[in-house]
Write a protein that binds this ligand. Structure first.
Ligand code: 3PG
Ligand code: MG
Length: 425
């Protein structure tokens, strides 16, 4: 069912409590991939430009339920400030009773202090009197980012008291956290439930994600080719079953393929496998052997390092060796399937692409997906590792859509909806 979006509601002067997924990879305090922040900007900007007061909440990483400095969202506030200051709709002159001192760490280096007031503030906690005060002091067009929600156990437990403390600072609820839409946590589930009677809508990122993923599974242009990789069959089993119903061809790579090899009675040496999933793999092969394509050759080695000596092998993998990537014949086979496709969904790398000797399979697939996009196919990259791979290969803007959700995109492909979004207007 179509959801109301932030564009459908009046936000002027309202405190817009917005769940975003700013769970970005960090190297110390450096954000190594800011895609999730950048992709949330259209929704944030839309609220700012219409005079709403934005209160952003997110988690980062998996802290144990208390404050841990390495999981602070402070580095995100800095990047957010740069992006917000690029939209100058409501510049604030100095000297309107605001505390400039506490903002200076978030000012981008080139910002002219004399001209604009930084509009992004950062709260050291996500709940409590100080947060409420900051929320109430926001002016139209201001942005407040709350500290990591998971510094409180109540977030993941969806504790009603924690949810209530968050909910009370919002006049309007917006969810634009696609990457976290599969979690029934306080900020994604309890808060919107408690805000019944107030506007509760999705943002533009979730709208876009649902459009691409939804159309691909409900109404794909054919041939529809699904590419699945990654280490484990168990992570993707439900999605494999779903895609076997919907897709015309399923290309399998990554260590996941070796569990299928075992099901075919092949030898896989020391390759990563899931022995308790062999029967399942055998069942899938019996049911859909015509749709499922498995590697016909593999790049193998005795170690998974940047200087590893590699060999290409067809058939059984020797006892002392491990498969780390698809081989050249498989690349060609998969490329020819991809070239015929009108719709592609790709989730999971073909090999250990982080290591140079085993990156070729993933690179070839990424290039083939980019090429078929140029020929008019709709191509969707699931989040997580495949998004990181396509980014690393410089091809993110050569495909139709790179999802910001890893687990979330898999769950959506599997179930076709999210309970966290079902409860919104
Ligand atoms: C993610 O990166 O997968 C999302 O931000 C959700 O995080 P989580 O898997 O720790 O719940
Ligand atoms: Mg996850």
């Amino acid at each position: 069912m179509a959801k109301k979006t932030v564009a459908d509601i009046d936000v002027k002067g309202k405190r817009v409590l917005m769940r975003v997924d700013f769970n970005v990879p960090l190297d110390g305090e450096t954000i190594t991939d800011d895609r999730r922040i950048v992709q949330a900007m259209p929704t944030i900007k839309s609220v700012i430009e219409r005079g709403g007061r934005v209160i952003l909440m997110s988690h980062l990483g998996r802290p144990k339920g208390g404050p841990e400095p390495k999981y602070s969202l402070r580095p995100v506030a800095k990047r957010l400030n740069e992006l917000v200051n690029e939209c100058q709709a409501v510049p604030h002159p100095h000297g309107e009773g605001r505390n400039v001192a506490d903002l200076h760490i978030m000012r981008s280096p080139d910002e002219k202090l004399a001209d604009t007031h930084s509009r992004v503030r950062f709260a050291d906690d996500s709940i409590g009197p100080a947060v409420e005060k900051m929320a109430n002091e926001l002016r139209d067009g201001d942005v407040l980012l709350l500290e990591n929600l998971r510094f409180h156990k109540g977030e993941e437990k969806n504790d009603p008291n924690f949810a209530q403390q968050l909910a009370k600072v919002g006049d309007v609820y917006v969810n634009d956290a696609f990457g976290t839409a599969h979690r029934e946590h306080a900020s994604t589930f309890g808060v919107p439930q408690l805000m019944q009677g107030k506007p509760r809508v999705i943002g533009f990122l979730i709208q876009k994600e649902l459009k691409f993923l939804g159309e691909a599974i409900s109404n794909p242009k054919r041939p529809f080719v699904a590419i699945l990789g990654g280490a484990k069959v168990s992570d993707k089993i439900n999605v494999i079953e779903k895609l076997l119903e919907k897709a015309d061809t399923l290309l399998i790579g990554g260590a996941m393929a070796y569990t299928f090899f075992l099901a075919q009675g092949k030898e896989v040496g020391k390759s990563l496998v899931e022995r308790d999933k062999i029967d399942l793999a055998a069942t899938l092969l019996r049911r859909a052997s015509a749709k499922i394509k498995l590697p016909i050759d593999n790049v193998i080695s005795d170690k998974m390092t940047d200087d590893a000596q590699t060999k290409v092998i067809e058939g059984n993998i020797p006892a002392d060796m491990e498969g780390f990537d698809i081989g050249p014949r498989t690349r060609d086979l998969y490329k020819s399937e991809i070239a015929k496709a009108k719709t592609i969904i790709w989730n999971g790398p073909m090999g250990v692409f982080e290591k140079k000797p085993f990156a070729e399979g993933t690179r070839a697939i990424a290039q083939a997906v980019a090429d078929v996009t140029a020929n008019g196919a709709t191509t969707i990259i699931g989040g997580g590792d495949s998004a990181a791979a396509i980014e690393q290969m410089g091809l993110s803007d050569k495909v139709s859509h790179v999802s910001t959700g890893g687990g979330a995109s898999l769950e959506f492909l599997e179930n076709g909806h999210f309970s966290t979004l079902d409860i919104l207007d």
